[in-house]
Design a protein around this ligand. Structure first.
Ligand code: TMP
Ligand code: ASP
Length: 244
């Protein structure tokens, strides 16, 4: 089955959303080479990022699905991810195993401090407001998700963490943190949506602490395209070949 892009519905910061010809219950997420940071303040085009991220996200979504987490994934076609159409729950769930990034800054706890158990944080998905941190109570009170949906999101996010931690562990990489988004299918079922990529995760090489994620771009630590090609080779056991 080949799915065809129809109408361009929405341009995100690193992905484009298309309707699918003849399949109103599906969408195509096109992964582009665009990189942004600090809510779009910093921008660049990173060679091969779209293709690398779509392959990594497919692999990781398949892994978490095998671990029992329902996802929106249908198939990958080149740089496109064919997905079930969901209505996105505007609550970004961040799971953290090690203190880093905004957590370190917010509380003055040094980056690299191991957390005794995974921390689940909620952020309101709003570019206009810069995705503010919130509690589950805010999400329920303002009608962004029900208590039941949030309980499902938390449980699924922790299952994703278990599966991803084990996966990265086997590759000599520490999973520091990552962000997930969930959506509702037409029947109300909550599924993992969006992507799981080094754009939305922190991945530190065990031993050296080298960043294998978008912090390389956010913090000007080196060549993001080379970093992502290195990560690709670790995940798939072969070098990335452009255009393949
Ligand atoms: P933070 O430490 O900046 O809050 O980021 C936590 C994790 O969430 C990190 O792995 C990067 C990811 N993330 C996104 O995917 N999108 C965002 O807009 C932000 C701020 C973070
Ligand atoms: N995703 C946000 C942006 O694209 C923030 C980040 O990832 O640092 O600007």
């Amino acid at each position: 089955m080949v799915w065809e892009r129809e109408t361009r519905e929405y341009d995100g910061k690193a992905k484009r959303v298309w309707s699918v010809r003849g399949a109103p219950d599906l969408v195509i997420l096109q992964f582009t080479d665009d990189a942004t940071a600090f809510n779009g303040v910093k921008r660049a085009s990173i060679p091969d990022k779209g293709r690398i991220n779509v392959e990594i996200t497919t692999h990781l979504l398949e892994r978490v699905a095998a671990a029992g987490v329902p996802t929106h994934l249908v198939a990958r076609q080149g740089e496109d991810l064919v997905c079930r159409r969901v209505s996105i729950i505007p609550v970004e769930i961040v799971v953290r195993n090690v203190c880093a990034g905004s957590l370190a800054k917010r509380y003055g706890v040094p980056e690299g401090t191991k957390l005794a158990y995974p921390l689940v944080e909620h952020f309101y998905k709003s570019d206009k407001l810069d995705d503010p941190l919130m509690t589950e109570e805010h999400a329920v009170l303002f009608g962004w998700a029900t208590r039941e949906e949030l309980a499902v999101c938390r449980a699924l996010a922790l299952s994703v963490n278990d599966a991803l931690k084990a996966f990265w562990d086997g590759l000599g990489v520490d999973l520091v943190d990552f962000k997930l988004e969930f959506g509702r299918l037409p029947d109300g079922t909550v599924v993992l949506a969006d992507e799981i990529t080094p754009d939305g995760s922190r991945l530190w090489e065990r031993g050296t602490g080298r960043h294998l994620d978008k912090d390389v771009f956010r913090r000007d630590l080196g060549d993001l395209s080379a970093t992502y090609r290195d990560l690709y080779a670790r995940v798939f056991g072969r070098p990335f070949v452009a255009g393949s």
